[in-house]
Design a protein around this ligand. Structure first.
Ligand SMILES: NC(=O)c1ccc[n+]([C@@H]2O[C@H](COP(=O)([O-])OP(=O)(O)OC[C@H]3O[C@@H](n4cnc5c(N)ncnc54)[C@H](OP(=O)(O)O)[C@@H]3O)[C@@H](O)[C@H]2O)c1
Length: 323
């Protein structure tokens, strides 16, 4: 497993991390905790050291599972504070104090520390962000205090879906250690402005949703149906699924010596970008962990294939169809 620098934090983390949304038991249909624990253990065995979670992934369930499975290990766990007003995505005309008042930041931190079973959170992230909040001092003071008390080591934000430019001023401000952003074969937009700025300011980049919620794994067909509370019945509703599958069929034509499977192609595309510190595929099954972690250390994609992949960028926002 290759390691990369997490911005200017001084930490080096595995370039393939673990996305902890699916293991939270909500929004992704039924999952067995025993499978999730096995997946976390498989990740640790494969030298994954970076784990991403959030309180809202099952009201702390994902945090609890990660805390339990990684107890006593030198793993780096990043979690997230939800906006108090439950507003996703963040809107510029909403005051910072409605989403992240100081007492909320503090109480959510205490709650996550308990769920994780730790004294310090390695990285805490606001789960939404708008640069309109940069002028507000209340959240800055709360974050600085938590750092000085040793309750959090680093601070970051998770940027609104498909809107990498909504955090450019924050990155330039020096107030943030990391940003988490959607970056995959379909959404290549962070390469335009966000990534160059992150390089300049040495802000760590956490690449999320590498498989476009499963579409880019090639495992979905036009007939795939999502059961129960799986949010993907909204994400892939209408002709979203058909459009995805048709585009993925075109990508399959690029498989060969450089990448034999779609998950491999999807991860290698992301790892080819040196600004990325860590990519965090969501994984609830040990067999997915084993396949995905094996991609680290294998030869990089050629410039010719990377050029070809640029043509597969796709401007869309399926999260908007989640009503
Ligand atoms: N706003 C935010 O901050 C935000 C939003 C979304 C996601 N995230 C973070 O980003 C992480 C990744 O995104 P995501 O989990 O939403 O979606 P994703 O990583 O794009 O896709 C996850 C899906 O891919 C499947 N998968 C993984 N490896 C596979 C393989 N080798 N072969 C076939 N299928 C495979 C998973 O299956 P199994 O689950 O069955 O293993 C799951 O269904 C999340 O877990 C979370 O930590 C953050």
């Amino acid at each position: 497993m290759n390691v990369r620098e997490l911005g200017k934090t001084g930490k080096r983390v595995s370039e393939i991390g673990f996305g902890g949304w699916g293991i939270g038991q909500t929004w992704w249909g039924q999952t067995e905790d025993a499978d999730s624990i096995q997946a976390i253990e498989a990740a640790w065995a494969a030298r994954v050291t970076f784990f991403d979670t959030a309180f809202v992934y099952g009201d702390g369930h994902s945090e609890e599972l990660l805390g339990r499975a990684l107890k006593g290990k030198e793993a780096f766990i990043a979690t997230k504070i939800p906006p108090k007003n439950h507003e996703w995505p963040a809107r510029p005309n909403t005051p910072a104090g409605a989403a992240f008042p100081a007492d909320w930041i503090v109480s959510c931190t205490e709650r996550s520390l308990k769920k994780l079973g730790k004294d310090t959170i390695d990285l805490t992230q606001f789960h939404v962000w708008t640069d309109a909040w940069l002028a507000d001092d209340e959240w800055k003071e709360a974050v600085a205090k938590l750092k000085s008390q040793g309750k959090i080591n680093f601070f970051g934000v998770s940027i609104n879906d498909h809107d990498p430019n909504s955090a450019l001023a924050l990155v330039a401000s020096g107030l943030v250690d990391t940003v988490q952003v959607i970056f995959n074969i379909f959404d290549q937009s962070p390469m335009e402005r966000l990534f160059p700025l992150c390089r300049t300011h040495r802000v760590g980049v956490i690449a999320r949703v590498p498989f476009d919620e499963g579409g880019l794994t090639g495992a979905l067909t036009k007939d795939t149906r999502f059961e129960g509370d799986d949010f993907r019945q909204h994400y892939f509703k209408g002709d979203n699924l058909t459009q995805t599958v048709e585009r993925v069929e075109k990508l399959k034509k690029l498989l060969g010596a450089e990448a034999q499977t779609l998950p491999e192609l999807a991860l290698k595309f992301i790892l080819a970008n040196e600004t990325v510190s860590v990519v965090i595929p969501g994984m609830r099954r040990a067999r997915h962990v084993q396949k995905n972690t094996a991609v680290s250390g294998s030869p990089r994609l050629s410039p010719a294939l990377l050029d070809e992949l640029k043509k597969h960028a796709w401007k869309k926002n399926f999260y908007e169809s989640w009503d």
